[in-house]
Design a protein around this ligand. Structure first.
Ligand SMILES: [Zn+2]
Length: 532
């Protein structure tokens, strides 16, 4: 276990007084004004009379006034009848190592984008750089009300314990809830992508055939470090997860070993599947898939489970969705990333029709260009409207919010304690000022949460019972100093990054041929609007 800061073992109590409380099934999606008491890291009680007298589920310290709500609480947060308490937002899919690269690359298909996002030859970051870049997005998430993140962290050129510790230390210090996995493929590039082995000229052949920098055994040893050092750290706020990155990027043996690790610890397994059209083409382009999609291949291995986070699932067909529904897996939808990289539009309605839980994620700061969840929520609420004229098939705001909270909690395998403002649930809470522009005047609360809010209404963010951001600033760390240090450090590193990107350009023509060849293969579906 790490040395958890003392603030991560809260015994304090907070009373949110005179607040509205988001409730998915209530008329108007809110109840109140009422009071919400947090004791330690859990929501202890909700009700108009709590704080006035000892209540069943609340250990009430001596009251300081005869009948003042909040008497005895360490902290009272006034809601004035116009602040709304919602569950903390859940970013169900994220890669923190690209946090310092927002807006940095032109839009390209994933297969080309990754060449420049993670160019070969980039040196190992210093632990401080890894810490700061992790912190960059964590601060943005906390400011805007995101309280939990599933970080599918990749490590270039390879993971090591010191850098893993730096990433987790940033999450420990800032106070966000994080579930971190090591997104580290072991197979060569040529195995991950269609046609590449045949297309690669002599000059780059060695590059595309080289195995990953760490063997399966070495990667599993690093997972040992991740679990030993961090799983359950900071009072349970930090957890480990596992990641195969994607089925085509790992051996069956490594996939099975990680699934076993996931099962033994009861943690999610992160797996990108069918994000792009080229990934759909793998079914016929590589013998090991024997004509099966990556979802069917995974199901055939017995490795599609209720612990699997199926990330993206854009190029899934009906049979894939039937398999995902049968397995009880959760799909993580990253609509902004899918637009930025031209991946296509995920078949959301077909998933909801099957009862598949859908969560929402940023994916990456470099292909979302923000780390706040409100832009993801808004895009999820809008993008599916281009799939046809039948507006009854378009997502309703309440469905998008259900994906954000219930879906996010399901992705984390923590539906019983995250994603709701209910007694007994973890106190991951976001307070929104409904006098802010997004909600003035009040019309339809769910509609305003989805279509109007951009993070500007967030008045306070609490994670695990601890206030970590308030009035637009993070309070758990010295935000200004960290941002200043990050600006200086990443500016100094930028010339080297640009040089590595320039060198990666030699791979571009081959990869472009691969993408175009894949585009010419009939996959029996489209996920693009096309012909506009
Ligand atoms: Zn991703």
């Amino acid at each position: 276990m790490s040395d958890a800061p003392s603030r991560d073992a809260p015994s304090r109590s907070t009373l949110f007084r005179d607040v509205l409380v988001y409730r998915a099934d209530a008329p108007g999606h809110a109840v109140g004004p009422t009071h919400v008491r947090v004791t330690g890291n859990r929501i202890a009680a909700i009700g108009a009379d709590i704080g006035r007298a000892p209540a069943g589920s609340v250990a009430e310290p001596a009251a300081t006034g005869p009948s003042a709500p909040g008497a005895g609480a360490d902290r009272v947060v006034e809601g004035h009848g116009h602040h709304l308490l919602v569950p903390g937002l859940i970013n169900a899919h994220f890669h923190s190592p690209a946090n310092h690269l927002k807006g940095d690359l032109p839009s390209m298909p994933l297969e080309l984008f990754m060449l420049f996002e993670t160019p070969a030859g980039v040196p190992r970051p210093s632990p401080r750089a890894a810490y700061l870049r992790t912190m960059l997005a964590a601060l943005e998430m906390l400011r805007t009300g995101t309280t939990a993140v599933q970080d599918d962290a990749f490590f270039l050129p390879a993971p090591d314990p010191e850098i893993i510790d730096a990433v987790l230390a940033a999450y420990a210090d800032c106070g966000i809830r994080a579930a971190v996995a090591l997104d580290q493929p072991e197979l060569p590039e040529a195995a991950k992508l269609p046609f590449l082995a045949d297309l690669a000229p002599a000059g780059i052949r060695a590059d595309v055939l080289a195995p990953g920098p760490r063997s399966r055994a070495e990667l599993l040893e690093l997972y040992g470090h991740l679990f030993d050092a961090w799983h359950g750290a900071a009072g349970g706020r930090l957890t480990a997860a596992v990641s195969i990155s994607a089925p085509q990027r790992v051996s069956v043996e490594y996939f099975a070993a990680l699934d076993d690790l996931s099962a033994r610890h009861g943690v999610p397994l992160y797996a990108h599947m069918l994000e792009t059209r080229a990934q759909r083409v793998l079914a016929t382009a590589q013998p090991r898939f024997a004509g099966r999609s990556l979802v069917q291949y995974t199901a055939g291995l017995g490795l599609l489970t209720a612990r699997t986070n199926v990330i993206h699932a854009v190029w899934t067909d009906d049979a894939d969705l039937d398999a995902i529904a049968a397995a009880g897996s959760v799909v993580v939808h990253n609509p902004v990333s899918n637009l930025r990289l031209g991946s296509g539009v995920m078949p959301l309605r077909a998933m909801l029709d099957r009862g598949i839980p859908v969560a929402l994620g940023v994916d990456e700061a470099i292909c979302n260009d923000a780390a706040d969840m409100w832009n993801v929520v808004r895009t999820a609420g809008l993008i599916h409207n281009i799939t046809g004229l039948d507006s009854e098939r378009w997502p309703r705001p309440a469905e998008v919010l259900d994906a954000l909270w219930a879906g996010g909690a399901a992705a984390m395998l923590r539906s019983d304690e995250l994603g709701r403002v209910e007694p007994g649930y973890l106190a991951d809470l976001t307070l929104l000022d409904l006098h802010a522009p997004a909600f003035t005047p009040r019309t339809d609360l769910a509609g305003q949460l989805v279509y109007c809010e951009s993070g500007g209404s967030v008045a306070l963010t609490m994670v695990d019972g601890v206030v970590v951001a308030e009035h637009g600033a993070v309070t758990s760390v010295d935000e200004a100093a960290l941002l200043a240090e990050a600006r200086e450090l990443f500016a100094a590193e930028r010339p080297a990054l640009l040089a590595h990107r320039s060198a990666a350009g030699r791979l571009y023509p081959t990869y472009q041929r691969m993408v175009r060849q894949a585009a010419g293969v009939d996959v029996g579906m489209t996920r693009w609007a096309g012909n506009l």
